[in-house]
Design a protein around this ligand. Structure first.
Ligand code: NDP
Ligand code: MG
Length: 381
């Protein structure tokens, strides 16, 4: 039985993780959960799953949650410290990182140091601090189990294979709601259109990242760290049906692919039960309903974020931090209705052109780079 701490239990990945717990018939136990500000859902989850510890990110809501759970023995904590308390909670053997953005770095590092396996959804952590996280995981002999569907697909394809015989990783992308758009057409797209993903229902930040294809860029860098391969050997192919979740090509030219319906509970389940597989009543793929599986080259002239991600990974150092932090900043502004869609790319470009390069940033320098990006972009805004 795996025992879980879930960072971001009230979000898209968090609630789907809890659904797997619900279906798992006692094979998983929830020990601690953390959310941001949705205390009514946190209370509901606490009453259903009976963790010993609950964290609310917003300090000002701690008392309200405490009062709501007064008739229980559940301990309530809050803020960044509380998030780390959940990440290192002693009863848990595995931490599901389902929070968004670079705020995942510190709790993930602490969880690894505390000997927890990581079921990793929070890709921004690996994108910006992969050079610190991966060696740390090795040192502490813990597993990083990918939750992202593409990385889960690759993980499934490489079982029983030799890393030295991998020729290429092929990551699939749906193309998002603006697939086939020209640069001109992209200029006037709205927030509502950008949030309308054709295949997946996800949190808002990743939904916008999918529309810009920055998400695919982040995934390429995430794969670079998870599978210790340079981005030159990672290809992105647009596959609008989101049935083939990714592929691995081997030295002999043979390719393995992992297929399934687009439902994040599949990769979440694989991460939590690896290497076992169970039938928890999730949908099976019905080939009689599939008329075609299409693949096409991504248009990196229009979706510049994908190219910027490759370039920042090849440059290395703190460049992926600059890329990611600027994107987080820009997406928050786009979601707030304060910039246009294409200004997300312009914002990232501005940060890449203006922030100082650091060859091998330690964790303080990673966080200082994030701060520098926010200061640069925050000016005049
Ligand atoms: P959501 O926005 O749906 O969820 C984010 C979660 O983080 C919520 O539970 C939110 O709480 C919580 N949170 C926010 N602030 C804090 C805080 N200060 N302390 C503790 N918790 C906090 O995001 P997703 O589930 O979509 O994405 C999570 C991660 O997984 C991202 O890195 C994303 O890229 C990755 N991912 C997501 C996929 C998906 O299908 N959604 C697919 C693959 C990867 P509250 O609800 O209270 O705001
Ligand atoms: Mg993905």
């Amino acid at each position: 039985m795996r025992t879980l701490s879930i960072l971001g239990s009230t979000g898209s990945i968090g609630t789907q993780t809890l659904d797997i717990v619900r279906k798992s018939d006692g094979k998983l136990k929830v020990c601690a959960i953390a959310g941001g500000s949705n205390i009514s859902l946190l209370e509901k989850q606490a009453r259903e799953f009976l963790p010993k510890l609950v964290c609310v990110g917003d300090d000002s809501l701690k008392d309200d949650l405490q009062i709501a759970l007064n008739d229980t023995d559940i301990k309530v904590v809050s803020g960044k410290e509380g998030l780390t308390d959940v990440a290192v909670f002693e009863d848990a053997d595995t931490v599901v990182t389902a929070i968004v953005g670079m705020m995942g770095i510190i709790p993930t590092i602490n969880a690894i140091k505390a000997g927890k396996d990581i079921a990793l959804a929070n890709k921004e952590t690996l994108v910006t601090a992969g050079h610190i996280i991966m060696p740390l995981a090795k040192e502490h002999n813990i597993s990083i189990l990918p939750v992202d569907s593409e990385h889960s697909a690759i993980f499934q394809c490489i079982q029983g294979e030799k890393a030295s015989q991998i020729h290429k990783l092929i990551i699939t992308a749906s193309g998002g709601p603006f697939r086939g758009f020209t640069k001109d057409e992209l200029k006037d797209v709205t927030l509502e259109q950008a949030l309308n993903h054709p295949n997946w229902s996800m949190g808002k930040k990743i939904t916008i990242d999918s529309a810009t294809m920055v998400n695919k860029g982040l995934e390429v860098i995430e794969a670079r760290w998870l599978y210790d391969i340079t981005v030159d050997n990672i290809e992105v192919t647009v596959h609008p049906q989101s049935i083939v979740h990714s592929m691995v090509e081997f030295n002999d030219g043979s390719i393995k692919a992992q297929l399934g319906v687009p439902d994040m509970r599949h990769p979440i389940q694989y991460a939590l039960f690896y290497p076992d597989r169970y039938d928890f009543g999730l949908e099976y793929l019905d080939f009689s309903k599939i008329s075609s599986l299409d693949f096409e080259k991504p248009d990196t002239d229009v979706f510049e974020g994908l190219k910027m991600a490759y370039d920042s990974s090849l440059k290395g150092g703190n460049m992926p931090v600059i890329f990611n932090a600027a994107n987080e900043f820009a997406v928050a502004k786009f979601l707030a209705g304060r910039i246009k869609f294409v200004e997300i790319y312009e914002t990232i470009r501005k940060a890449i052109d203006n922030i100082g390069f650091i060859e091998n940033p330690d964790i303080d320098e990673v966080l200082a780079t994030e701060q520098a990006v926010y200061e640069l972009l925050g000016k005049n805004n």
